[in-house]
Design a protein around this ligand. Structure first.
Ligand SMILES: Nc1ncnc2c1ncn2[C@@H]1O[C@H](COP(=O)(O)OP(=O)(O)O)[C@@H](O)[C@H]1O
Ligand SMILES: Cc1ncc(C[n+]2csc(CCOP(=O)(O)OP(=O)(O)O)c2C)c(N)n1
Ligand SMILES: [Mg+2]
Ligand SMILES: [Mg+2]
Ligand SMILES: [Mg+2]
Length: 321
């Protein structure tokens, strides 16, 4: 059956019937708005849009994968503020001939990724349109802590990452060249696994700044450097290139360091911490905040002291997009 045959309200009924009742949400889908608890009186709010052809392809990813990824991308932004994700809303644009099963599996993916992060789908909207568009809004709870922003990095801080780096980009390269394996990379591209719990825990550890890696590590740290008014230097040798990644890099003629430093969509978390912070082993120190940016220039990121000029990460209006 196609979504057009089911109709707007039939589709909404089917979509929402897939969601569990959760006690964390006072009022879920079905009314003019949901009611979500905000115990400390503040709400972290973020939104990201995924468009068919630009963020995902139906011949590369199942609807379930797209749901997992759409949720992950947004929930990672909540975690990157040091907050615990609480709720997610889905704005869904679909063509009338879309099979109903595609929409339902998308919802299953959203629901399951929310469950991983401790959040719930609490509402959304359905609109008919030409290209599938998945517009997500995610909310989170700072649990009384301050938000960890992009602007708090200070000279002398160490830079540390947790989560996968370069796996999604390697998968994207493989898929772009018409292959479906190695599985580990293709799966990483289809379904990123952001380290949600590390976000709030970085905040507790005293992180001075944090961001999730959506566009590429150097590009995203560039936002931190700019917002904080600092220079950041990364040490290439501190990035562990797994043998499997080195092998596939060799096979497709790409230096895997490019995937690690410029590849986005793994949604790893990168944070800065005061130099004397004792970090749990899940955090890998990969560089440091070297000095304040000059008063006139903007912040910048170097690798082993040199500018990283080998493709700059994902830009929706850049040459690669
Ligand atoms: N169309 C927009 N209107 C208002 N704010 C926007 C818009 N697009 C992006 N922003 C804001 O700019 C900042 C950077 O956006 P973006 O690069 O998409 O962040 P992220 O990679 O974390 O999703 C975010 O705070 C976002 O809310
Ligand atoms: C079909 C397809 N083409 C290209 C890409 C690569 N790609 C698309 S968006 C993106 C960056 C992350 O998405 P964005 O919308 O910039 O999210 P944000 O940075 O706002 O979190 C990348 C690497 C992809 N995932 N799928
Ligand atoms: Mg965004
Ligand atoms: Mg982000
Ligand atoms: Mg981006």
């Amino acid at each position: 059956m196609q979504v057009g045959e089911l109709g707007e309200f039939g589709l909404i009924r089917e979509l929402t019937s897939r969601l569990p009742q959760t006690s964390a949400v006072e009022l879920g889908p079905g009314d003019d708005a949901a009611v979500v608890a905000a115990p400390d009186g503040r709400v972290v709010a973020t939104t990201d849009v995924l468009l068919e052809g630009r963020h995902f392809r139906r011949d590369w990813s199942t609807a379930y994968d797209v749901g997992r990824k759409a949720a992950a991308q947004n929930l990672a932004d909540v975690a990157a503020m040091g907050a615990v994700p609480t709720a997610l809303l889905l704005g869904l644009v679909v063509p009338t001939e879309l099979p109903v099963t595609w929409a339902l599996e998308l919802m299953d993916g959203l629901r399951d990724e929310c469950q991983v992060a401790g959040a719930a789908v609490v509402g959304g909207d359905v609109v008919r349109g030409d290209a599938i568009t998945v517009s997500i809004t995610a909310l989170g709870d700072l649990q009384g802590r301050r938000a960890v922003t992009r602007s708090g990095a200070r000279p002398g801080d160490k830079v540390a990452v947790t989560g996968w780096l370069g796996w999604s980009a390697a998968g994207f390269t493989v898929l772009s060249r018409g292959f479906r394996s190695p599985r580990a990379f293709v799966e990483a591209h289809r379904r990123p696994e952001p380290p949600y719990h590390a976000g709030p825990s970085a905040s507790v550890l005293g992180a001075t700044s944090m961001i999730d890696v959506s566009d590429g590590l150097v590009a995203d740290l560039g936002h931190v450097a700019e917002a904080s008014g600092v220079h950041i230097d990364l040490h290439a040798a501190d990035f562990d290139i797994p043998a499997q990644m080195a092998d596939i890099g060799q096979a497709v003629g790409v230096d895997p360091l490019l995937w690690v430093l410029s590849g986005g969509e793994d949604h790893a978390l990168v944070a800065t911490f005061p130099a004397d912070t004792q970090l749990p082993s899940r955090w890998r120190v990969v560089g440091e905040v070297t000095r304040p940016a000059s008063l006139t220039g903007t912040g910048r990121v170097t690798v082993d002291g040199a500018p990283w000029d080998r493709t700059g990460g994902w830009d929706h209006f850049g040459a690669q997009a």
